[in-house]
Write a protein that binds this ligand. Sequence first.
Ligand SMILES: C[S@@+](CC[C@H](N)C(=O)[O-])C[C@H]1O[C@@H](n2cnc3c(N)ncnc32)[C@H](O)[C@@H]1O
Length: 281
Amino acid sequence: MPGPETIAAALAAARARLVAADVPDATTDARLLMQHVLACDHAGLILAGERSLTVAERAAFEALLSRRLAHEPVSKILGEREFYGRLFHVTADVLDPRADTETLIDVALEQPARRVLDLGSGSGALIVTLLAEWPEATGVAVDLSETALAVTAENARRLGVAERLTLLQGEWFAPVSGQFDLILSNPPYIPTAEIAGLEPDVREHDPLLALDGGADGLSCYRAIAGAAAPHLAPQGRIIVEIGAGQGPDVARIFAAAGFRQGAERRDLGGHVRALLFTFPA
Ligand SMILES: C[S@@+](CC[C@H](N)C(=O)[O-])C[C@H]1O[C@@H](n2cnc3c(N)ncnc32)[C@H](O)[C@@H]1O
């Protein structure tokens, strides 16, 4: 039976195992899992470093660590992820919301909107954030996945915007009626053949429905651009997230459907991440 282990020693050992398993961000991830077990913040963890773990704490940490060693993302293990300064509940049924997607929120907030539509809402990161930022706005969230839509609903409730959000299950615009000042979408955009080569954290823990953009990665943009015009209010805007290098192709798809391209915005990695369109061209 091994003797008591200090928190600092357990963290160092966990870090080494994560590095050996090729888990990125081993130091941060070990720390976040330990903070969860001890229910403390970063400062509390530093203060507690030389105390010994209890048997129960050690078992709880090992259980979480073994999931991370199997490449489950920390957000999915802990069931939460911060997005635009708010904590979102995340499950295996939704895409883990990415920091890059906050670029769409920055573009959206440059012009107020009262009626907002989010196509493919997943966790609700986009629509729930915008309804929280705009207390007068109402929103509609669409997702093909019923289980994803349940997570949108849960986050809308937790963040106090549920009364202003309508949830619709179905394919893009199929269940939608009416017009919107702002239509947003972060659709699946990975070409099907590239999915097998993605990092295991993504490939095995984000839903395929949230990743697969068809043979060339662009099929969802074609579906959305082809049906958007009747749902855009005068002076309305469409903002879509794109994958690295997809800008020219997506711009062509929207231009062919009669839209004019406005601002484009780069993410922190320097890739064009958000494209804005208005109608008519
Ligand atoms: C890349 S995820 C984006 C989730 C969330 N909006 C975000 O930015 O984190 C794409 C979402 O689109 C949904 N989806 C995929 N195909 C769809 C379709 N044909 N119609 C509606 N939603 C769809 C998926 O279920 C998934 O929740």
